[in-house]
Ligand binder design. Structure first.
Ligand code: ATP
Ligand code: MG
Ligand code: MG
Length: 550
């Protein structure tokens, strides 16, 4: 066992196991609020929570933290479950904080009975003003010394819907002079006359995060409740509530949230992008959501690998999105099947190849895999599409592609030599005329000629017209969230659509979720949302190399 490679949470867990704390059991939870789709930051938390349980023979609960009826929806619940499963994890139990509303209510009653909670009629502004500042102690509002009996009656009336929203709150009675603002009589319950996606209109009061979260952890006997650093100052309150209620002693541990450059990661901002149609839904391939990354062609393994590589930090930092791209490139280089497609076509005619004749060549699917994972047929003929950029009439030195008099190899086919170009009246090149060396066929080349360049191509009569979508960063600045208006930094050129690209015919068998390397053009996947039987649409997952110039 390599002690040095443990992260700080693993160290804590191993210590707890050694001390036979909780009989050596590990129970973690992933607690999303169902108010949006999961993003790559959530993936970090998922990989951490589920990964720890896997490593230490424990379990992980999926708990929907559904205490805010206004923003939560069943659609989000379904997408969250789907994304976690797709990432490759299985939860022990599917739970909802809303299932604990009755228990949480009883906990609140217990605090009132112990003289540790009171109903406050002050407005939120008054409460804030009475709280003081970090350097000045707070003052009691006129309601702080209500009797237990009065508090019990008022709290029950709040529950029964007797008061409008904002009329009263339930607060813990702790310490108005505490240097920790979270201990200055924090709010436990608020009134909200709203329809809840699971409990309907049953409840008129809803618990605050601080009262719901730790108590839910405790109800489930969570041993290690892992959250992000902004909850460090909440930890004394987390412990205080558990102590006073004398319930299972779950413990909270905090790590640095994942921040990624050139994107935003708050659900509120992502929702704005969706609602204001800057993107085509939560699963737009430019979004940092799990569903967006999936549609873009990311694999579960690449995302898990990314989360593991960045590790578990105790200090905030910003991860370069280049690392995420590195992880998917590394995966697809091993797994993607190689295919040919021409994105910006110009016609090439082989003048010494019989017109109308077709020949079937072969190419292996995956040169990185042993045995190549089989091969596919590639039709060849006298007319081919090649990339416009692979020809230059007046090339610079060391141009190893096509130019008058130069030779290249056509991938999986023959060596050709450029003889002539044909132009239209306006001077645009319409055809490139070449001759081929019949004895230079790939795999059985006896020509003795060595060429420096190899280019990809698609036979004109066999080409399938497909749509190709190329993506760039959604934002032009590293930290859009730091701008006054993050939407003003949106990259207007983040999506380029090529309506008429030509693909080799085998790509008609492409399936969503599988990666393909379009030779020399990058990694692509079939778009699961817009592809139809008549029109295949491919998303570029990532370029072959890091071409991003900062
Ligand atoms: P957002 O700011 O996007 O609304 P949130 O924290 O409010 O995020 P939740 O649904 O409450 O969203 O998050 C579920 C879990 O995922 C929490 O435990 C939270 O700490 C964790 N999480 C959310 N964002 C990140 C992130 N960027 N890095 C690591 N963990 C995260
Ligand atoms: Mg949250
Ligand atoms: Mg949030």
């Amino acid at each position: 066992n390599d002690e040095k490679s443990l992260n700080f949470i693993e160290e804590i867990i191993e210590e707890d196991i050694r001390n036979e704390k909780h009989a050596g059991k590990v129970l973690t939870r992933f607690p999303p609020e169902p108010n949006g789709y999961l993003h790559i930051g959530h993936a970090k938390s998922i990989v951490l929570n589920f990964g720890l349980a896997q490593k230490y023979n424990g379990r992980t609960n999926l708990r929907f933290d559904d205490t805010n009826p206004v923003t939560e929806e069943t659609e989000y619940v379904e997408s969250i479950k789907n994304d976690i499963k797709w990432l490759g994890f299985r939860w022990a139990e599917e739970l909802y904080t809303s299932d604990y509303f009755e228990t949480l209510y009883a906990f609140a009653v217990k605090l009132i009975e112990k003289g540790l909670a009171y109903v406050d009629d002050s407005s939120s502004e008054e409460i804030a003003a009475f709280k003081g500042t970090p350097t000045e102690p707070g003052k009691p509002t006129p309601y702080r010394d209500r009797s237990v009996a009065e508090n019990l009656r008022l709290f029950a009336e709040m529950r029964d819907g007797k008061y409008p929203d904002g009329d009263k709150v339930l607060r813990a009675k702790i310490d108005l002079a505490s240097p920790n603002m979270h201990l200055r009589d924090p709010l436990l319950y608020r009134i909200k006359h709203a329809h809840h996606h699971r409990t309907g209109n049953k409840w008129r009061i809803y618990p605050m995060y601080d009262f719901a979260h730790g108590q839910s952890d405790s109800i489930e006997n969570i041993t290690h409740s892992i959250c992000t650093l902004e909850f460090v100052p909440h930890r004394p309150l987390y412990d205080w509530l558990i102590d006073q209620l004398e319930i299972f002693p779950s413990k909270q541990y905090e790590f640095a949230r994942l921040n990624l450059n050139y994107t935003v990661m708050s659900k509120r901002k992502l929702l704005q992008l969706v609602n204001e149609k800057y993107v085509d839904g939560w699963d737009d391939p430019r979004m940092p959501t799990i569903s967006g990354l999936r549609r873009r062609g990311y694999t579960p393994a690449s995302i898990r690998n990314f989360c593991e590589r960045i590790g578990v930090a105790k200090r905030e930092n910003i991860i370069d999105v280049g690392l995420l791209e590195f992880c998917i490139r590394e995966d697809l280089n091993q797994t993607a099947w190689r295919r040919m497609a021409v994105l910006d076509p110009v016609k090439l005619v082989i003048t010494n190849y019989p017109a109308g004749q077709t020949e079937t060549l072969t190419g292996e699917n995956n040169p990185e895999a042993e045995g190549g994972e089989g091969e596919r047929s590639i039709p060849f003929s006298s007319e081919l599409w090649i990339e416009r950029e692979d020809f230059m009439e007046n090339p610079p030195k060391k141009f190893f592609r096509l130019a008058p008099g130069l030779m290249v190899r056509l991938k999986h086919a023959y060596i050709i030599k450029c003889e002539d170009v044909v132009k239209d009246a306006a001077g645009n090149i319409t055809e490139i005329h070449c001759t081929y060396l019949p004895e230079s066929k790939s795999g059985e080349d006896t020509s003795g000629i060595k060429v420096k360049g190899t280019i990809h191509w698609v036979s004109v009569p066999h080409a399938k017209t497909v749509e190709v979508r190329l993506y760039d960063r959604l934002f032009n600045v590293e930290n859009p969230a730091a701008e006054t208006d993050f939407k003003s930094t949106i990259n207007p050129d983040s999506l380029q659509i090529i309506k008429n690209a030509y693909a080799e015919p085998d790509l008609l068998h492409a399936v969503p979720g599988k990666g393909y390397q379009f030779i020399r053009k990058g990694y692509f996947t079939l778009d699961s949302k817009t592809t139809t039987a008549d029109k295949l649409v491919f998303n570029r997952t990532v370029t072959l190399r890091d071409t991003w110039a900062k």
